[in-house]
Design a protein. Structure first.
Length: 170
């Protein structure tokens, strides 16, 4: 499947596939402690870890499934400010909508704007339903899930952490 250069576009955002040049932005999204409060795993300490994630996870997902996490670029400054998009979660045998943003963009409606646009594109990639795995206590992410029409399905466990599983059918 050929992945388009732009997945979705809003007034403020471009949602597009990640590129090799986005390694620094991906590093920031995986190294700033404030962002990682509700993310399992250790913070990145070197941009080489982001480069490896791009090649071994994100680009591999694009190749294997035709979709994966997408970069969210802020049109005003041309900066990648986060990611939003699908990822197949083997443990659940379902596709997850995941999202993460730099803290200076929190509280500005970016999460809802990007998630709404990304979800609109899901059926184009053959995705008929999605979940969001949100660590217990992450009220900001739960608010985004609810605002884009996802409903709490169940509490569960993912990567050893208690999560709330939100769900949406298209």
């Amino acid at each position: 499947m050929l992945i388009p250069k732009v997945i979705a576009e809003t007034e403020r955002l471009l949602i597009r596939p990640f590129q090799v040049e986005d390694a620094e932005a991906l590093f920031l999204l995986n190294s700033i402690p404030e962002i990682l409060t509700y993310i399992p795993g250790e913070p990145f300490t070197d941009v080489a870890q982001a480069q490896a994630m791009l090649v071994n996870v994100i680009f591999e997902d694009y190749e294997r499934r035709g979709f994966g996490r997408w970069a969210v670029e802020h049109k005003q400054d041309g900066k990648v400010i986060g990611f939003c998009g699908p990822k197949y979660i083997t443990e659940y045998n379902e596709v997850e909508l995941g999202y993460r943003y730099l803290p200076e963009y929190w509280g500005k409606g970016i999460g809802v704007e990007a998630a709404t646009a990304a979800l609109t594109a899901f059926p184009t990639f053959g995705i008929k339903e999605a979940i969001a795995l949100i660590l217990e206590g992450n009220l900001g992410s739960e608010a985004v899930a609810k605002k884009v029409g996802m409903q709490l399905r169940e509490p569960n466990v993912f990567m050893g952490h208690k999560v709330n599983v939100y769900h949406k059918v298209f």
